[in-house]
Design a protein. Structure first.
Lengths: 90, 264
């Protein structure tokens, strides 16, 4: 977030903070031993299920693993445009 | 009973051998008895970095193959009391040694010396298993860049699985100037990612290159920033509590002050 605010003011983010951010992400994946293919599959399967309920564009979806203390958190952003009313559809 | 400490990193070229040479020498200068062991079978370099390359007769391979006694394979560093080198074989490879054989050597060396420092090869394969087999503690050397830190994290995981502790971190080739302008991660960033104890920061120092050229470890002449950093780490290894100085320099004023400090 802080990076995008700085970008608004026309300042380039420090490369050291970019490095730290990228490292944190990749190391979390390394530690969990998460395979890229597994993440991609999870991504697709989640999208498949959620598409039944929401309308969203596939390329707006973001999935990340985060570490907080000793636990890992899977954060998935599915910015949706419309909620399907399942009752109406039937 | 002495301590066996493996010096490792995962990634190559971050300063394992330089750190082993300097910490081993520094500990001897602090009146400890030390053996530095080159565990990089097939790609040995600790001998040349320490300037002892012309004096190698036997290697750890000869000891394992019972060609000579362990005590006979140790090369005495004549510049300081209590410092010995056990070289690695250059004509064998890492698979020619078993972890148990390395452990047996370490266990023997620790009965007669205060510190056994093992210079581990890069990588996470057999060479690393051999180097860490006999170790109680580890020093992980990293530089503040993404690839070295990522590899350090892998190695830390393997060391933890092997129940080697404590695992202490050395941040090498630290540039206060680059940290100051936001181009290099600082110690807080590195520690936040790796989550282990920091035992020292070695600032980038061109003297490292010249001392390696000469085969005289930096710590013999203690004027340079790198030498002082290694001496502090060695003191911490002996149990002394010495704070880690703040290397960060912010702005012009600090640069001028540092210039004057150097002049003195």
């Amino acid at each position: 977030m802080s990076i995008s605010i700085k970008q608004l003011f026309g300042r380039k983010p420090k490369s050291s903070s970019i490095a730290k951010q990228r490292l944190k992400l990749v190391i979390t994946q390394d530690r969990l031993d998460v395979d890229d293919r597994v993440m991609t599959r999870l991504h697709h399967e989640l999208a498949e299920v959620l598409a039944k309920y929401f309308e969203f564009s596939a390329n707006s979806v973001k999935m990340n693993l985060k570490q907080e203390g000793n636990s890992y958190i899977l954060v998935a952003d599915f910015p949706y445009t419309k909620f399907h009313d399942l009752n109406v559809r039937q | 009973m002495g301590k066996v400490i493996v010096v490792t990193s995962g990634k190559g070229g971050v300063g394992k051998t330089t750190s082993t040479a300097n910490l081993g020498t520094a500990l001897a200068l602090l009146d400890k008895t030390v053996v530095v062991v080159d565990a990089d079978v097939g790609l040995r370099n600790l001998d040349i970095v320490m300037g002892l390359e012309s004096r190698i007769v036997y290697t750890s391979m000869d000891v394992i193959e019972k060609q000579c006694e362990l005590s006979k394979a140790l090369v005495r560093d004549r510049r300081v009391d209590g410092l010995m080198l056990l070289a690695a074989s250059q004509k064998n490879n890492k698979d020619d040694i078993q972890p148990e054989q390395m452990k047996a050597i370490c266990d023997k060396l620790r009965t007669t010396h205060d510190f056994v420092l093992i210079d581990s090869p890069a990588g996470i394969e057999r060479g690393f298993s051999n180097a860490s087999a006999g170790a109680d503690e580890a020093i992980v050397v990293t530089t503040p860049d993404v690839s070295a830190i990522r590899d350090a994290d892998r190695i830390i995981g393997l060391l933890q699985n092997a129940r080697i502790e404590p695992i202490n971190l050395v941040i090498n080739r630290f540039s206060p100037q680059l940290v100051g302008n936001g181009s290099m991660m600082d110690q807080a960033d590195v520690l936040d990612i790796l989550n282990i104890d920091l035992i020292g920061i070695v600032p980038e120092d061109s003297e490292v290159i010249t001392s390696t050229n000469r085969g005289i470890p930096l710590v013999y002449e203690d004027a340079s920033a790198g030498a002082q950093a290694y001496m502090r780490i060695a003191r911490r290894l002996t149990g002394q509590r010495i704070p880690i100085p703040d290397f960060e320099q912010k702005g012009l004023l600090n640069n001028i002050m540092n210039w004057f400090k150097k002049k003195k």
